[in-house]
Write a protein that binds this ligand. Structure first.
Ligand code: SF4
Length: 268
C-alpha cells in the first residue's frame, strides 16, 4: 500500500469483475503497429512485421513491485493505479474480431491480407485463454502471436500460434515459486513456433538463465536475450554489457525496436 493508492468506487469495483463470455480488455485495447521484439523475418522471427496488438487486463506476476525492473504495463494489474480500475472494457468475441479487423484495415489496407497478424498481449493473456482459443478459431486467416510470462500452460489448441514466452528471473522481483514453472516452459518449448525471451541487466543474470535452459531442455536457437530498459540509452548500455557473452553462448539478442521506432510512449 502506498499513499498514492487509488480508491475505486463501488461501480469501478464491479466493473473490474470478469463478465461471462467477454474478454477483460486493458485500456490500450487494440492498436496497429510493427512487431518490435524478437528476430526479424529473414532470421525466422516476426520483428518488423505489421500487426494488430490486442492487450488484455490482469497479470499473475508483479514485476518491479518488490524491487527489480519495473513492468511497463502496470496499468493492466497494479490495483494502486487509477487506470487499472477506470480503463478496462468487456469485449465479446464478435466485438474483438471486428475491432482487430478494423485496426488492421485502418493502418495496413495496402498490405497483402495473407500477412494479417495479431499479437495478444497483456498483462498475462493466458489468464483468459478459453476465450483466446475461441478467437483464434474465429479468425482462421490470421497469424496469431501470444505473449506470456511462462507460468500458465497454453492449451494444445493454441499450438499453431507463435508463443513469445518471457520467463521472469530474480531481477524481476517476483518470488521464484510464482515466476518459475518448469513444466510450463517444457510445454511451450514443444510448440513448433515458440521463443524464450529473457530480460537481462548484465551477465550475472546468465547463470540463472543457463540453469533454466538446462532444467527445461530449452532449444538454444529459441533463446533470445533482451536488454532491460525504458529508454534507448538504458537499453543500449545493457546491450553493450551482455552482447559478447550472448554470442559466445549461441543465443541471440532481441532489441526493443519499438523504442527506436516510436520512443517510450504508451501506445495509446
Ligand atoms: S509478467 Fe509481464 S505484464 Fe506481468 S508484471 Fe511482469 S512484465 Fe508486467
Amino acid at each position: 500500500m502506498t499513499n498514492n493508492q487509488y480508491q475505486p468506487s463501488e461501480k469501478e469495483r464491479q466493473n473490474i469483475a470478469i463478465k461471462q463470455r467477454c474478454f477483460k480488455v486493458s485500456g490500450d485495447k487494440v492498436f496497429a503497429t510493427l512487431q518490435g521484439e524478437g528476430l526479424f523475418e529473414k532470421e525466422g522471427g516476426s520483428a518488423g512485421c505489421p500487426a494488430v496488438f490486442f492487450r488484455l487486463q490482469f497479470c499473475n506476476l508483479h514485476c518491479g513491485q518488490k524491487g527489480g525492473w519495473k513492468c511497463d504495463t502496470g496499468y493492466t494489474w497494479d490495483t494502486s493505479r487509477e487506470e487499472y480500475w477506470t480503463e478496462p472494457e468487456d469485449w465479446t468475441i464478435e466485438k474483438t474480431t471486428n475491432e482487430i479487423e478494423k485496426a488492421w484495415n485502418e493502418k495496413f489496407a495496402d498490405i497483402d491480407p495473407k500477412k494479417k497478424r495479431a499479437v495478444i498481449t497483456g498483462g498475462e493473456p493466458l489468464l483468459q485463454q478459453t476465450l483466446i482459443i475461441e478467437l483464434v478459431k474465429k479468425m482462421p486467416n490470421w497469424q496469431f502471436e501470444i505473449e506470456t510470462n511462462g507460468t500458465i500452460t497454453p492449451d494444445i489448441k493454441l499450438s499453431k500460434c507463435q508463443i513469445n514466452c518471457s520467463p521472469k528471473l530474480e531481477n524481476s522481483g517476483n518470488e521464484k515459486l510464482l515466476r518459475h514453472k518448469s513444466e510450463v516452459l517444457r510445454t511451450i518449448n514443444s510448440f513448433p513456433i515458440s521463443w524464450f525471451k529473457f530480460v537481462v541487466n548484465n551477465v550475472s543474470d546468465f547463470e540463472e538463465i543457463k540453469l533454466i535452459v538446462s532444467e527445461c531442455n530449452l532449444k538454444a536457437e529459441k533463446i533470445l536475450i533482451m536488454p532491460e530498459g525504458f529508454t534507448l540509452e538504458a537499453v543500449n548500455g545493457h546491450l553493450k554489457a551482455v552482447e559478447k557473452d550472448v554470442t559466445n553462448l549461441g543465443w541471440r539478442i532481441t532489441n526493443r525496436n519499438q523504442l527506436l521506432w516510436f520512443g517510450s510512449k504508451r501506445r495509446t
